[in-house]
Design a protein around this ligand. Structure first.
Ligand code: FES
Length: 223
């Protein structure tokens, strides 16, 4: 199959997609692309890349729309106060969300934790990321069987969650000032500190682990 034929099929696919998604502005792009077909090979390759990315963005916007519909139905059952919490969001750009890159990092000092007998111990003086309210780390790898998100919350309280969104398994971040955690993906599933879904595509709650503070260490019972 020639390059021109593949290109033509892709243009047609995008036209159908744009018609279906009713994004009429983007039809203008298609007309421009057809005009540019008269250009050389390099221009065609650039346009192909553009076309593929436009197609993928259009496809993603379709996903976001259906997720937004699900979100409104979940939100209609929540109180006003909880709706405000559910609306707060972690600042991430489109590509960070598309590729599921969380804002929360692993601790700089990998020796700040150990795991044994179902208990995860975090040595707070080796984890400066948790010294202030709002601080958070994600712990995973080594002999840990589950990914864990730890947050320094209000009043010196610490919270620990299974760091896996109930929708597609992506990692979570604390929402600043929200008393919630949010999936780093496009769907932005948001959970309260009890693990309950407040908004987004997830229908499954996340696991919340009990946390005890003992002699400067956090003891988190994973089992
Ligand atoms: S993985 Fe889809 S909303 Fe979290």
């Amino acid at each position: 199959m020639t390059f021109k034929r593949i290109f033509f099929i892709l243009v047609k696919l995008c036209e159908i997609r744009f018609m279906l998604s009713d994004v009429k502005l983007r039809c203008g792009y298609i007309l421009i692309i057809k005009e540019k077909m008269k250009l050389g090979e390099t221009a065609k390759i650039r346009l192909l890349i553009f076309l593929l990315s436009a197609f993928s963005i259009s496809f993603t916007s379709g996903i976001v729309k259906s997720q937004t519909d699900e979100q409104s139905s979940i939100q209609s059952n929540l109180s006003d106060e909880v709706k405000i919490m559910a609306d707060k969001s972690v600042k991430r750009n489109f590509f960070q969300r598309l590729f599921g890159i969380p804002a929360t990092k692993k601790p700089k000092n990998p020796d700040c934790w150990n795991y044994s007998g179902g208990k995860l111990t975090v040595i707070l003086n080796k984890a400066p990321e948790l010294s202030n309210k709002g601080g958070a780390i994600q712990i995973e790898g080594g002999n840990l069987t589950e990914r864990v998100l730890i947050i320094h919350g209000d009043g010196g309280q610490f919270h620990a969650f299974h760091n896996k969104c109930g929708h597609g398994g992506r990692r979570l971040d604390p929402v600043p000032g929200g008393l919630t955690v949010q999936c780093c993906s496009v769907g932005k599933s948001t959970y309260d500190y009890n693990g309950k879904v407040l908004s987004g595509s997830s229908k499954e709650p996340i696991k919340v682990y009990p946390v005890a503070l003992e002699e400067g260490n956090l003891i988190i019972a994973l089992e």
